[in-house]
Design a protein around this ligand. Structure first.
Ligand code: NAI
Length: 246
């Protein structure tokens, strides 16, 4: 049990990579808060976990809304008394080429994928500072590192996450808070399900391992960065992409 007694908030925890992370963290003994906008999936997953003898608490949140994030943090503290780990995993796509991109879609992706990470971290950090301990893991993407066709908004947010991660590493390292990012490659979740078969094949072919990532592949790396095994890893962006060549 690598996370016994630790409380972890995992945003976007009701589906895909976040859900796999909730499961891995619960298996390792953490008090898991599955924080997500999707109430139906969240409640269903909470019940599925209970059937498997795993514990996770669903709390509905919109990471883009500061009041909603404050309620998430208040409810977590009420229930568990502390927050040790924050996984800023919630994310959306609204793809279009630059010429066709609706400015509202540009803004919404920035609001969720970038401001959401800012909101959650700013709400959680004072409690971590008070405890002199914390692990923050931000989810970037290969799109933020290499750029990706049709993803001006998404790539901008995911690249900015790298800058925020390194900045927070500098601000909080000496205070006992570890900050890192994970940059997943193409991973088999609802997010890539939307893509045409042809594009998915191209993605697999551009990956050295010749397959998409599975949610658990990414969740295992979140777990490493949340555990004490990674205590000397700080301000790092860990690529988990099967050896991609974009
Ligand atoms: P997903 O679509 O399966 O899950 C995303 C979750 O975020 C959903 O449960 C959704 O309800 C939640 N969410 C969306 N907006 C929210 C909001 N405003 N507040 C709270 N929760 C919200 O996506 P997936 O693939 O599991 O993605 C997880 C993270 O990994 C995202 O940050 C994504 O950008 C990133 N990523 C995914 C890749 C992939 O190929 N699937 C590749 C690289 C990065």
């Amino acid at each position: 049990m690598r996370l016994t007694g630790k409380t972890a908030i995992i945003t976007g925890g009701a589906n895909g990579i976040g859900l796999a992370a909730c499961q891995r963290f619960a298996e390792e003994g953490a008090n898991v808060v599955m924080a997500d906008f999707d109430e139906l999936a969240g409640k269903q997953s909470e019940a599925d976990f209970a059937r498997k003898g795993l514990k996770a608490t669903f709390i509905q949140v919109d990471v883009a809304e500061r009041n909603s994030v404050k309620q998430l943090v208040d409810q977590t503290l009420e229930r568990y008394g502390r927050i040790d780990i924050l996984i800023n995993n919630a994310g959306i796509t609204k793809d279009a080429t630059l010429v066709k991109m609706d400015p509202l879609d540009f803004q919404r992706v920035l609001d969720v994928n970038l401001t959401g990470v800012f909101n959650c971290t700013q709400a959680v950090v004072p409690h971590m500072l008070a405890n002199g301990y914390g692990k923050i893991i931000n989810t970037s993407s290969v799109s933020g590192i290499y750029g990706n066709f049709g993803q001006t908004n998404y790539a901008a947010a995911k690249a900015a996450i790298v800058g925020m991660t390194k900045t927070w590493a500098k601000e909080f390292g000496r205070k006992g808070i570890h900050v890192n990012a994970v940059a997943p490659g193409f991973t088999a979740t609802a997010m890539v399900d939307k893509m045409p078969e042809k594009v998915l094949d191209q993605m697999k072919n551009s990956t050295s391992l010749q397959r998409l990532g599975q949610p658990r592949d990414i969740a295992n790396v979140y777990l490493f960065l949340a555990s004490e095994e990674s205590d000397y890893v700080h301000g790092h962006v860990l690529h988990v992409d099967g050896g991609i060549m974009m």
